[in-house]
Design a protein around this ligand. Structure first.
Ligand code: ADP
Ligand code: ZN
Length: 729
């Protein structure tokens, strides 16, 4: 990269703002000048908006009329590699630069003067009326003499309410001081010793750290419980030792707590966190400290990729196959792919970790584009669970029960042995369908082409498309007959009810993302469960993702056929990954585990591949099938969704677009559709899909851009483009 330019006062600069304009705007550099990349405040009409000095100005306006930059913000300027990254992601995903900039500045008050917070230390005054609560507060301050605490830290550490601390402040026994809120993150020490690695782990770590300079991507494949985390912690240590920053992406906030604890144990401090569960002030602190190099490590969700790292040396994408990495609204990017892009622009390393990699990464590794490191056995005494099926055709069960007699007796054995059993069903809520037995109609969402799902826990029906809820009706909304509504099918809540009645002596707990008011409550529940505070855990997909439940020795998959029905090209891959991940929850410590799948299709090739555990064969077969179909990773796809409140309008525009597709046929691409989308209506908007399919090497973005530029879309119509779509809803 060339050095950033400096602009003197009055020079024309082009500023990118987060306003929905398709271009940069010219301004005059402010008094004192500014650097390329500087974050600035500029006037726009009557308002002041945030922007970045992108390059020198275009100069196509009357200089005298060009306004000046108001001020340069007191944050580290955007690096040129970040400018390039935003540009490349914008080009790849066909997203406007203003939206990219918003993604890169998702912290409030970046331009505000440093805000202050109160911290607490030992005060001078004696306490006359000592209580045990007061005593504990003073004892904490005594013990950590030099440190100051925030109010919650101090109250938590002493196990008292904050009013006890405030009372001591009034008495002068505790001193309250104001300090800047945006303080550097604690130092992480890469020289602290890690765990003693097993031989297989040590070999993997050594391999990973060979040629650990410059750009490189490694697929770290290892069965669940093999210690992948320990291996990439070694890579993080090496990165920190080089004085560089490290980023770890996790697919699920609920996973961060356990990981943070491990980081703290390894490096002696907590890293910065970046995800939707982090407060706004913490977000701003993280953003600023990352930019000025005062946060060595960030643990976060996919948008952490757009933080202004000063010197990023390593990106870890844990559970790299997880579909959560593909953002399904807003900017449609796959964080795994963009991590590789970002690293390649700044000569950094990438580690993609998974027990069940995506076919994309598997192919890249096989082709030698990624380094392949594999851990084949679990750490220590743990062995992979024994995989079995229960053929549901041979079980007798009433229509409103889902736990087969065979599975019941296995669960009972675990309860007796004081171990845990997990029953897995990938469906939130109580029941997926509410039907009227008088007229036969199913209760649907008013805004979407979707059924309303009963959530008994919330006492409401909920649409999983738009989130709309309504009270559970007693009268059929269609025929208005009373008392004939019935629920059909199982959800996680209903399964819990069944388990509670089958195993009255057991403690049954439910783990589903929507049943917790906050990320904190969810984390607490996971912690309690792994400590053994339940005998039977009923869980959705959430439990499949990397938690450690040491006492868990049985996993029962209620409906292994659920994922096999979709028309999605990734249905087989997803089912395979999910079943292997769930099964991986069993027997993670010294007790061996069993995973059983209830299925009506024991002969299905995917079920057989899962049972056989022959991954290589499964991936080979998948690869052959996708290559034959010319779909990713062997071909390119782009999904176009047109939506409008008027179904005819969306369809007509789709038809016009399909007919005028010369820019696409010129690169050998095909256009399919328009067709009504599988979910024909969301939030009151009717949806029509087009699918563009091209060869892997075809310049699909450029052609799409040229194609779309031909049409002037009515304002009532919305268009979204999804490059490399993961789902086709
Ligand atoms: P993975 O990420 O592959 O699922 P983890 O890194 O979470 O595996 O390891 C599984 C469990 O085994 C964790 O509780 C971890 O602390 C433990 N473990 C793994 N490797 C070691 C080691 N070398 N020494 C001690 N404990 C280990
Ligand atoms: Zn809806």
């Amino acid at each position: 990269m060339p050095d950033p330019q400096f602009f003197n006062e009055g020079d024309l600069v082009a500023v990118l703002t987060s306003q929905p304009l398709d271009r940069t705007l010219d301004y005059k550099a402010p008094e004192g000048g500014c650097w390329q990349g500087a974050f600035v405040e500029v006037p726009l009409g009557p308002r002041k908006v945030l922007g970045v000095v992108w390059q020198s100005g275009e100069g196509d306006f009357d200089y005298a009329k060009v306004r000046s930059v108001i001020r340069v913000l007191d944050v580290a300027p955007m690096q040129q590699s970040m400018q390039t990254f935003l540009r490349r992601v914008s080009d790849y995903t066909l997203t406007s630069m203003s939206v990219m900039l918003r993604l890169a500045t998702r912290a409030p008050g970046l331009g505000d003067p440093p805000s202050m917070q109160h911290v607490y230390r030992m005060g001078a005054a004696e306490v006359l009326r000592m209580t045990s609560a007061r005593g504990r507060v003073l004892a904490v301050l005594e013990e950590f003499g030099g440190l100051s605490f925030t109010l919650t830290e101090l109250a938590d550490a002493a196990g008292v309410t904050s009013s006890v601390v405030k009372g001591l402040v009034k008495l002068g026994a505790v001193a309250q001081e104001a300090t800047p809120r945006d303080v550097p993150f604690p130092w992480l020490d890469p020289m602290l010793p890690g765990k003693t690695l097993s031989r297989e782990q040590a070999e993997a770590a050594a391999q990973l750290l060979t040629n650990f300079d410059g750009y490189g991507t490694t697929l770290l494949k290892g069965v669940t419980g093999s210690g992948k985390t320990e291996i990439y912690l070694e890579a993080i240590a090496a990165c920190l030792e080089q004085g560089k920053q490290a980023l770890v992406l996790l697919p699920e906030i609920a996973l961060t707590a356990e990981f943070l604890t491990r980081v703290e144990a390894r490096f002696g401090g907590k890293p910065a966190e970046w995800h939707s569960g982090v407060t706004m002030t913490e977000r701003r602190r993280a953003w600023k400290m990352v930019g000025q190099g005062d946060a060595q490590m960030v643990v976060g969700a996919r948008s952490a990729l757009f933080l202004p790292f000063q010197n990023l040396g390593l990106i870890v994408v844990d559970e790299e196959h997880d579909t959560g990495y593909k953002q399904e609204d807003g900017v449609l990017y796959n964080a795994r792919d963009m991590a590789v892009l970002r690293a390649s622009l700044i000569q950094a390393q990438v580690v993609l970790a998974s027990a069940t990699p995506s076919l994309e990464s598997w192919v890249n590794a096989k082709a030698g584009k990624y380094r392949w490191i594999e851990l084949k056995s679990r750490y220590g005494q743990a062995v992979m669970p024994d995989m079995r099926i229960i053929d549901m055709r041979g079980e007798t069960l009433p229509g409103d029960r889902w736990i087969s007699p065979s599975l019941q007796s296995m669960v009972k054995e675990r309860i007796t042995a004081g171990e845990q059993a997990l029953l897995f069903i990938n469906r939130r809520g109580y029941a997926p369908i509410t039907v009227c037995r008088a007229c036969g109609n199913q209760v649907g969402c008013d805004n979407c082409d979707a059924r309303m799902v009963e959530h008994r826990f919330l006492k409401r029906l909920m649409c999983h498309q738009c989130g709309e809820t309504k009270p559970v009706p007693s009268v059929c909304p269609t025929c208005e007959v009373e008392g004939r509504l019935a629920v059909v099918g199982p959800g996680v809540e209903r399964l819990a009810e069944e388990a509670a009645s089958l195993f009255p002596e057991a403690r049954v707990a439910v783990l589903s993302s929507d049943m917790f008011g906050s990320a904190r409550a969810l984390k607490a529940q996971i912690k309690a469960l792994s400590a053994g505070e339940a005998d039977v855990i009923i869980g959705t997909q959430l439990v499949a993702k990397g938690h450690n439940f040491p006492l868990l020795t049985l996993v029962g998959v209620i409906d292994a056929d659920l994922g096999l029905q979709g028309s999605d090209m990734r249905a087989a891959e997803r089912t395979f990954q999910l079943m292997r991940q769930v099964a991986g929850r069993a027997g993670r410590s010294d007790k061996p585990g069993v995973a059983v799948m209830q299925t009506h299709q024991p002969e299905h090739p995917v079920i057989r591949a899962i049972l056989a555990g022959d991954e290589e064969a499964f991936w080979q077969a998948e690869a052959v099938e996708r290559e034959a179909a010319g779909v990713p990773p062997y071909g390119r796809l782009a999904g176009i969704v047109l939506s409008s409140t008027d179904p005819q309008e969306a369809f007509d525009v789709g038809q016009t677009m399909a007919r005028n597709c010369l820019p696409l046929t010129n690169i050998g691409a095909q256009v399919f559709g328009p067709a009504t989308a599988p979910i024909a209506r969301i939030r009151g908007r009717h949806r029509v899909r087009l699918l563009v399919k091209a060869q892997k090497s075809a310049p699909i973005q450029a052609a799409l851009g040229e194609w779309l530029a031909q049409f002037k879309l009515p304002n009532s119509l919305r268009l979204s483009i999804d490059i490399d779509p993961q789902s086709f809803y």
